[in-house]
Design a binder for this molecule. Structure first.
Ligand code: SF4
Length: 265
């Protein structure tokens, strides 16, 4: 019997919102892994934070919940620590984890907690109708920055590399097939996996054309096992070209395995 992760809840994202593409990619990723017996859906936990992205928890027939704003990462860290046999995934937004709860993300990465974090990066607080977040570009005009944001944006992939993440990737919501494949690789990875998903907000910050003109996929020449190569693509200025793909992947002991050793000592 094929797996169907769709719920009957009415989707209330704006018509055409790329969040729907992320939802489809994740459903397909889970359904594909389950079909190959690489994942048992009843052992999957997929939580979400607060923001437009957070509605995804209503549209997935899996173990799911919404955390407090900015607190999805520590909640998932605790779930994985309590039951290491679970596959633990967290959806978050740039308002949720690059403005509100950034510290949790850094600590989960440095610990190599075996959780998977999928960042819906729309570079705006969309649910509250358009304020600047930590990833909004300099000059962004919104409710709290009517004359343009004076701040430089954070670079999620670079920050995760610097924090010790063992799997770092970037994709774009409109490419469902590649997003699905990266999500599957992240769920197979033993350790902290982070995927930045460029997700234009078509209502409050429509960057579809900007990215359409600039994104490109890394070729097979990119060595994802080399930290220096990952740094090079993560620091590439995105005003001209925006690299997508698996930037970095290495194997290191997970937080859960190290914690078990320390506890037994
Ligand atoms: Fe999507 Fe933006 Fe609408 Fe939120 S406000 S549902 S991010 S298009």
């Amino acid at each position: 019997m094929s797996l169907d992760l769709a719920t009957e809840t009415k989707i209330t994202w704006c018509p055409g919102c790329p969040n729907s593409q992320i939802l489809v990619a994740f459903r397909q990723a889970v359904e594909g892994l389950a079909a190959r017996a690489e994942l048992e859906p009843h052992n999957l936990v997929a939580g979400a934070g607060v923001g437009c992205h957070g509605k995804i928890s209503d549209y997935l027939k899996v173990n799911t919940f919404n955390s407090l704003h900015g607190r999805i990462i520590p909640t998932l860290t605790g779930i994985k620590l309590a039951n290491p046999s679970l596959t633990v995934v967290g959806f978050t937004g740039d308002g949720d984890s690059f403005s509100e709860g950034l510290n949790h993300l850094v600590h989960a990465a440095r610990r190599n907690s075996d959780i998977k974090v999928f960042l819906h990066n729309n570079q705006v607080f969309a649910l509250t109708t358009g304020q600047a977040t930590g990833t909004s570009p300099k000059g962004f005009k919104g409710g709290t920055t009517p004359n343009g944001s004076p701040d430089e944006p954070m670079n999620p992939a670079l920050l995760m590399l610097a924090s010790g993440a063992t799997f770092v990737a970037r994709t774009i919501a409109s490419d469902i097939a590649q997003t699905k494949a990266l999500m599957q690789d992240a769920m197979r990875h033993k350790g902290f996996a982070f995927i930045e998903i460029l997700q234009p907000c078509i209502t409050f910050f429509d960057t579809r054309e900007y990215y359409r003109e600039r994104v490109y996929w890394l070729s097979s020449e990119h060595k994802a096992s080399r930290f220096s190569s990952a740094l090079k693509v993560a620091t590439a200025p995105i005003d001209k070209k925006v690299p997508l793909g698996l930037f970095y992947r290495v194997d290191k002991p997970t937080f859960e395995s190290t914690f078990a050793t320390v506890r037994a000592a």
